[in-house]
Design a protein around this ligand. Structure first.
Ligand code: AMP
Length: 249
């Protein structure tokens, strides 16, 4: 199988996000950026499939600024074969990304697209579903286990009542959840080797896609500060507080 893994450059999950003083967005100046954690899980799964002989080639694609090459190189160091950066300075939105990924899929012809369930910067949780819909391909979202059996992909997903397993005919789109695997760290020799792996740079116009944002951000604000909790001694005290202080009973 040939696998396509889209990875997004996002603010690192350890960084305390600060809102810009003009409320136009989040302050990204001098802030550590990383590969979206769910995409790291997708790369890891792809590499495991290749190691198991289920997959033969892994192509990693990112749509973002020049610096997104760092995240592609990380994926190459983890074991992907080839990278593609579609360069844009614009903030990407799920529909634009899905439209562009569709064009890339038509050119690369992968059997399976494995991607994160959600990007931790915009928390949209839309791109995989939109891509599957645009391609008319089956989708298995929030995968906690992926297996290839009898030419189909079996995806186990966590739902409210337990685990659900869906079987997808190839080609298909799968999105990854946290429990799928633990991504490896790239070793130094592999980081050095990754520098020699091919990484193409293209423009959205090469695919005839315009990434112009369709959404308008009105303002971005901090969430209200959390108030400290208190410990109560008895149930009666709790009920009293809920009635008389919180006014919720
Ligand atoms: P979202 O729908 O924005 O929460 O993103 C879901 C997934 O789509 C991410 O985990 C990535 O795998 C992929 N994705 C979103 N934006 C990009 C991008 N700019 N470049 C590459 N992949 C992306």
């Amino acid at each position: 199988m040939k696998l396509l893994v889209p990875v997004k450059r996002v603010i690192d999950y350890n960084v305390k996000v600060r809102v810009k003083s003009d409320q136009s967005g989040v302050d990204l100046a001098n802030v550590k950026m990383s590969m979206n954690p769910f995409d790291e899980i997708a790369v890891e799964e792809a590499v495991r499939m290749k190691e198991a002989g289920t997959a033969q080639e892994i192509v990693v694609v990112s749509i973002g600024p020049e610096k997104a090459q760092d995240q592609i190189r990380q994926a190459l160091a983890m074991g992907a074969d080839r990278g593609l950066l579609v360069k844009t300075e614009a903030e990407t939105e799920p529909l634009g990304v899905a439209t562009l990924l569709k064009a890339i899929v038509e050119e690369e012809k992968p059997d399976l697209v494995i991607m994160g369930k959600q990007a931790i910067d915009d928390d949209c949780n839309q791109t995989g579903q939109m891509l599957a819909a645009l391609l008319g391909w089956p989708q298995g979202t929030f995968a906690s286990k992926i297996e290839k059996k009898d030419g189909e992909i079996h995806v186990t997903r966590e739902i409210d009542g337990g685990l659900q397993t869906v079987s997808l005919k190839l080609p298909a789109v799968v999105t990854t959840d946290l429990r799928l695997n633990e991504p490896r760290y790239a070793s130094l020799p592999n980081i050095m080797k990754a520098k020699k792996k091919p990484l193409d740079v293209k423009d959205p116009s090469d695919y005839g896609v315009d990434l112009k944002p369709r959404l308008e951000v009105l303002k971005v604000t901090e969430p209200p500060k959390r108030e400290g909790g208190v410990k109560v001694e008895t149930v009666a005290e709790l009920v009293d507080k809920l009635k008389n202080e919180a006014g919720v009973l």
